[in-house]
Design a binder for this molecule. Structure first.
Ligand code: FAD
Length: 449
């Protein structure tokens, strides 16, 4: 292992999905990895203040499942043992789209898992805790990145410990997996460096979520349902998936003010007004377990760190600190895990270099663009709603028509259905749609309509 070492110590800010995955990636390349988390980390799956989004449906795409399995061998078995519900991709979740109620249900040959976000996190955290050279420290709120006066090199962090006292820790590398990336931006600003440019897609999404006991007479032709509204007039949608413990979690929501209220009656009324009655019919008589959680999500944000001429040595933002996606597409955790795999690959490649830490951030920012291209392109689908704010892609109308025709082809042809599922699960890039034969077939459908 000595020959692959990149540094003595790495510090990760945040024990969310990005931080845990990053710690798994760093552990082979540093003597010690310390993860600092401001929250209490529960010993059992439970909600915590630092990740309010965890009260809502968290779908783990196949790419995320694979990336986490790569970082933590046996991850899928751990999930299954924790009660995650296996789902046959393409078959077990009823997809309801305009003109397809439902979209043809076919077994595409893979299993995914439906499970609550606190359980996914707990499963990964256990794996992280079992690594001898990773230390997870809870109740440690990082206050500041410690850097040279010009911000050229980051050499540690200052944090507030359990007792409210300030401590510092010296480190070769700081990975900012705080979700907000605020400490990274503060450092750039306070040292007079330019902030990364941002691309934003303003969607003003409002979510409400409730958990139900699955009734004995639940439908047997699906385990989950996803219902889309009739864009661009109706932005309402719903996703209901099973959870460990024979429960359903139903998340419903809409945009630009058309959002559910936080009471049980309002929740049911909103569910009843979805384009199809499937979710409402399933939950209207089901036992509600707990209250309604709400979440407002203003915009998808992509920070272009790759465009900066320089970046502080010894610092690397990751996951939501770089890019936050509209949660409707269920991409955030999977992209975070894929970025951690990229980090591991790069550390392996740079380990023999004379100054691997100096090369790390620029290489990471450059190479992650390929990884982020497809999920960001998915997020731009939000421009189908005229109220969406931001830079609408120039070819959006054509892309939309292509997408509609591709969906029709996927409904007719299982092989195309499988391809679209691979792209949606971030197993393949969207460039797979540029295959000349596929393009010809899609264009033929476009010409008919
Ligand atoms: C409503 C909603 C639903 C979503 N649904 C899905 C979904 O279905 N599928 C999916 O893949 N993704 C989903 N996401 C996205 C997903 O939650 C995030 O992309 C993912 O958690 C990113 O991980 P992260 O590590 O960047 O941030 P987080 O997981 O949010 O973790 C950040 C951590 O940093 C800690 N922290 C912050 N500041 C400090 C500090 N100063 N010191 C110490 N600790 C700190 C926080 O307490 C937290 O533990 C959803 C998001 C939202 C908002």
């Amino acid at each position: 292992m000595a020959s692959t070492l990149v540094g003595k110590q790495a510090v990760v800010i945040g024990a969310g999905m990005g931080g845990l995955a990053a710690a798994g990636a760093l552990a082979d390349f540093f003597d010690q990895v310390v993860v600092l988390e401001r929250d209490t980390l529960p010993s059992e799956p439970a909600h915590r203040a630092g990740t309010p989004q965890a009260r809502h449906v968290h779908a783990l795409l196949l790419s995320g499942q694979r990336a986490l399995s790569e970082l933590f061998t046996g991850f899928e078995q751990d999930l299954a043992r924790a009660g995650a519900v296996p789902l046959r991709v393409g078959l077990d979740v009823r997809m309801e789209r305009p003109n397809y109620d439902p979209f043809p249900q076919r077994d595409l040959g893979w299993f995914s898992y439906a499970v609550s976000r606190p359980t996914i996190e707990r499963v990964v955290r256990r794996r992280v805790e079992s690594r001898a050279n990773i230390t997870l420290r809870q109740h440690c709120r990082v206050e500041k990145l410690l850097a040279s006066p010009n911000g050229e090199t980051v050499s540690g962090v200052r944090y507030e410990n359990d007792n409210g006292a300030s401590e510092t820790i010296a480190t070769d590398l700081v990975v900012d997996a705080s979700g907000s990336g605020a400490l990274t931006l503060d450092l750039l600003q306070s040292t007079g460096r330019p902030l990364p440019e941002e691309s934003t897609i303003g969607i003003d999404l409002g979510y409400a979520t409730c958990v139900f006991a699955i009734p004995d007479d639940a439908p047997t032709d699906w385990k989950g349902v996803m219902t889309f509204g009739q864009a661009p007039h109706d932005s309402r949608g719903g996703l209901m998936l099973p959870l460990e413990g024979n429960r359903w979690m139903a998340t419903i929501g809409g945009r630009h003010g058309d959002v559910p209220s936080g009471d049980a009656e309002g929740f049911l009324a909103y569910a009843r007004a979805l384009r199809t009655p499937t979710i409402y019919n399933a939950i209207s008589q089901a036992e509600r377990l707990g209250g309604i959680a709400r979440y407002g999500f203003r915009e998808s944000v992509r920070r272009h760190f790759e465009r900066l001429d320089e970046f502080p040595r010894g610092l690397l933002p990751i996951a939501d600190a770089i890019c936050r996606f509209n949660p409707v597409y269920g991409q955030g955790m999977s992209v975070a895990a894929q970025e951690a795999c990229l980090l591991r690959t790069l550390l392996g490649r740079l380990a023999g270099d004379s100054n691997p830490i100096a090369a790390l951030a620029p290489t990471f920012f450059a190479e992650m663009q390929t990884l982020i291209e497809t999920p960001w392109a998915v997020a731009t689908l939000d421009f189908v709603f005229p109220e969406t704010r931001g830079q609408r892609p120039a070819d959006f109308e054509t892309a939309l028509k292509f997408g509609i025709a591709l969906t029709r082809l996927a409904a007719e042809d299982p092989a195309v259905h499988k391809l679209t599922a691979e792209v949606q699960n971030l197993l393949r890039p969207r460039s797979a749609y540029r295959d000349p034969t596929l393009v010809r077939r899609v264009m033929a459908i476009m010409a008919e309509t």
